[in-house]
Design a protein around this ligand. Structure first.
Ligand code: NAI
Length: 391
C-alpha cells in the first residue's frame, strides 16, 4: 500500500516501515561514528522501542558492544494496517545487532504485568545469564495494577490553580490560549501510580528474585524538570509529582543495591519530540522556540546524541557527576541561563504570525514526522510498499 501519515490530536496513527528502518539506521550510524566505550555487557531496556529507551539500547549495543533485551508494547502490522513505529524499530535494531554477533531479543507485552516481568526474567536468564544494566524508560498514560486489577490513568494538569498559557496546533501553526483546570487529589494520586517509581521498583524486585541481576548492577530511569514556561503544568503539576516519586525511588533502590556494589540513578533529560512529549500541552510550542535557540548556539541534541553523551560522560565515566539530589543532569544545556533567557524573551512575543520567524516549527514537525518514518528525503512516499519490513 501507499502509506501517508494519519495525524489526529498530535498523535500519528500509523508509521512508514522503510522510513522507521532508516531512522534507526541513522541512529546506529551516529553511534558507530563515535568512539566506542567500556560500558555495560548485558542490558535490559524496559520501554525499548522508541524515544530515550530506543536510543539507550542503540548506544549500549553499538557503542559498548552489549547484548540487549527489550520490552515494549507495540502493534504488529497486518496486511491492511501498518505496525507502530516501535515495532519497526525493534525489528531493525535486532537485525543489525545480530549481524554484529550480538544477542538482541525482545518481548512485546504489558510491562506493568507480573507475567511480562516473569517471562523477561526467564528469557534474560537463558540468553545472557545476568544483566548489568537495567534501563527503565516507559511512558504510558495508563497502568493496570498487577495485584488489584485497578487501572490507573495519568493526567497532565496543574495543581492548585488553573493554568493558562499559549499553546500551538503544530499542524496549522495556530497559537491560542489554553486553560487547564487543576487536578483533584485522585488524579494526582493516579498519575503518580502510573508514572512514578512503583513499577520500576517491582521490576528490580522481580529481576533480583529471579537472580538475573549482577551484584554490581546499574539501573537508570528518566525524568524531566523543564523551564519556567512549563513549570505550572509540568514540574509543579501532576506529572512533576510522579517524577519526584520516580526520583525518590532511585534513592531507595540505590540504598538497596549499593551493598553489592550496584547503583540506581535518574537522569534528567532534555525535552525532545517523542510520542510522549507531543501530547503535553505547551511543550510543542516550547520545543519550536527551544530548538531554534539551541541550534543557533550549537547546543542542540536529539535522543541519540543525549544518550551517547549520558553513557560516555556520566554513567560510564569514572564517577558520574550528579546534582544535590543525586540526579544526572542531561538537561544542563537546555537549562543554560543564556538559552532560557532567550526562551523567556520570545515567549510573550510569539504568535501565529511570527512563529516561523521566532521559532522553528518546521523542525518540530519534521522531527515529529520522522518519529513515524515520514518526512524523509530518501524515502519514496508514493511507492506501493508492504507493511512488513523486508530485512
Ligand atoms: P516514548 O513514548 O518514545 O517511549 C515509551 C516506551 O514505553 C515505548 O518503547 C513503548 O513501547 C513503551 N511502553 C509504553 N507502555 C508500555 C507498556 N504498558 N508495556 C511495555 N512497554 C510500554 O517515550 P519517551 O519520551 O522516550 O519517554 C521515556 C522516558 O523519558 C519517560 O519517563 C519520560 O518522562 C522521560 N523523558 C522524556 C522526555 C521527552 O522530552 N520526551 C524528556 C525527559 C525525560
Amino acid at each position: 500500500m501507499v502509506i501517508k501519515p494519519m495525524i489526529r490530536s498530535n498523535m500519528c496513527m500509523n508509521a512508514h516501515p522503510e522510513g522507521c528502518e532508516k531512522e534507526v539506521l541513522d541512529q546506529i550510524s551516529y553511534v558507530s561514528s563515535q568512539p566506542s566505550f567500556q560500558g555495560p555487557k548485558n542490558v535490559l531496556v524496559i520501554g525499548a522501542s522508541t524515544g530515550y529507551g530506543l536510543a539507550s539500547r542503540i548506544v549500549a549495543a553499538f557503542g559498548a558492544g552489549a547484548n540487549t533485551f527489550g520490552v515494549s508494547f507495540e502493534r504488529e502490522p497486518s496486511a491492511k494496517r501498518t505496525g507502530t513505529m516501535g515495532y519497526y524499530s525493534n525489528e531493525t535494531l535486532e537485525h543489525e545487532a545480530k549481524a554484529k554477533g550480538l544477542i538482541a531479543e525482545s518481548i512485546n507485552g504489558d510491562a506493568f504485568s507480573h507475567e511480562v516481568k516473569a517471562e523477561t526474567a526467564e528469557k534474560v536468564k537463558s540468553l545472557m545469564g545476568k544483566v548489568d544494566l537495567v534501563v527503565y524508560s516507559l511512558a504510558s498514560p495508563v497502568r493496570k495494577d498487577p495485584d488489584s486489577d485497578t487501572t490507573f490513568r495519568s493526567v497532565l494538569k496543574p495543581i492548585g490553580q488553573t493554568y493558562t498559557a499559549k499553546s500551538i496546533n503544530p499542524q496549522t501553526g495556530e497559537i491560542s490560549e489554553t486553560s487547564i483546570e487543576p487536578a483533584n487529589e485522585d488524579e494526582i494520586e493516579q498519575t503518580v501510580r502510573v508514572m512514578g517509581g512503583d513499577d520500576w521498583k517491582l521490576w528490580i524486585e522481580a529481576l533480583k528474585n529471579a537472580d538475573v541481576l549482577t551484584d554490581d548492577v546499574t539501573t537508570i530511569a528518566y525524568s524531566y524538570i523543564g523551564p519556567d514556561v512549563t513549570k505550572a503544568v509540568y514540574r509543579d503539576g501532576t506529572i512533576g509529582q510522579a517524577k519526584a516519586h520516580l526520583e525518590n525511588t532511585a534513592l531507595e533502590l540505590n540504598d538497596r543495591l549499593k551493598t553489592g556494589g550496584g547503583r540506581a540513578y535518574v537522569s534528567v533529560n532534555k525535552a525532545l519530540v517523542t510520542r510522549a512529549s507531543a501530547v503535553i500541552p505547551v511543550v510543542p510550542l516550547y520545543l519550536a522556540l527551544l530548538f531554534k535557540i539551541m541550534k543557533e548556539k550549537n547546543l542542540h541534541e536529539g535522543c541519540i546524541e543525549q544518550m551517547y553523551r549520558m553513557f560516555t560522560s556520566r554513567l560510564y565515566s569514572n564517577s558520574p557527576e550528579t546534582d544535590e539530589k543525586g540526579r544526572i543532569r542531561m538537561d544542563d544545556w537546555e537549562l543554560k541561563q543564556e538559552v532560557q533567557d532567550e526562551v523567556n524573551a520570545l515567549w510573550p512575543r510569539v504568535n501565529s504570525d511570527n512563529i516561523n520567524e521566532l521559532g522553528d516549527l518546521e523542525a518540530y514537525n519534521r522531527d515529529f514526522l520522522k518519529l513515524h518514518g515520514f518526512g524523509r528525503d530518501d524515502v519514496d512516499y508514493e511507492a506501493d510498499i508492504d507493511t512488513q519490513l523486508r530485512l
